[in-house]
Design a protein around this ligand. Sequence first.
Ligand code: ASP
Length: 333
Amino acid sequence: MPDALPVVAVLATGGTIAGAQADATSAGYKAGTFSVNDLLAAVPQLAGIADIRAEQVANVGSQNMTHAVWRALAERVDALCQDASVAGIVITHGTDTLEETAYFLSLLIQHDKPIVLVGAMRPATALGAEGPANLYNAVALARHPDARGRGPLVVMNEDVHYAREIQKIASAGLCAFASPNRGRAGVMHGGTPYFYSRNTTTHTTQSEFSLALLEKASWPRVDIIYAHADLQGDVIDFVADTAQGIVLAGVGDGNATDLAIAALSRAADAGVTVVRSSRTGSGFVARDVELDDGALGFVAARDLNPQKARILLMLALSVTRDAAAVQALFDRY
Ligand code: ASP
């Protein structure tokens, strides 16, 4: 008897990888059109490397990703991690919010089993669609022992990225992803992963963020304010009325107009947790550079981009409302 192939679960959520156009060269298309079985049928080579178990968790463009889908996804991933017959998990996903889902899972899932997210920039019906090759690489990575213990990984365009580091950096084209601060994790070559670094915050199976959060009907509300020249304070006052947390996508090192900082300070005084991050796309936001974070009661996002800082703050607020304790979580994750 030949050895049985490793079991890889493929959870589909939609995206361009499952998108369809009216014809193979048109720019217009609809994300989340094809089913998980359609995606798998386009890659018959998968039958040679894994025993696939397919599930359709959602079928949306990831611009419509919701906390409800994250909840369902995290519960399925957690259950599959506990299933000893499953070697690894692949999640097909739209590219727009792929980095957010990956980071959310990396904070919440407390298992070492490989979890690989994958998408495509070209719809499934396009000339030269890269989804099938990406999906093949994702399954090859998810079944590979070197992928264990690294937290969720992302495969796009033959690059492997850590969940915390990856960022969509272009709205179109195949080279749309990078890990701007710490570099990519490695590459896929001929279906084999080659890891270059462990240069990320080490994935922990001991994080304080547990699936118990998912049981709560509503999660702490965290909104993002995008800074720009002449930003006024009233928009921040408005947001602070309903938010438990605000992430500033600040100019430069997480800065904003005096009016905006005064409004954020009012929000912090009223009990809203304020995190300063940068809209620049890379770099570091440290405490007390141009602002006195201690006096203002602010938290510095370090090298997390605003959309990931929103996720960490949302989870942090489920365990503490204290700014110093939230800062300690940002220093750690
Ligand atoms: N809007 C699409 C999505 O995120 C883009 C893509 O998948 O490339 O679902």
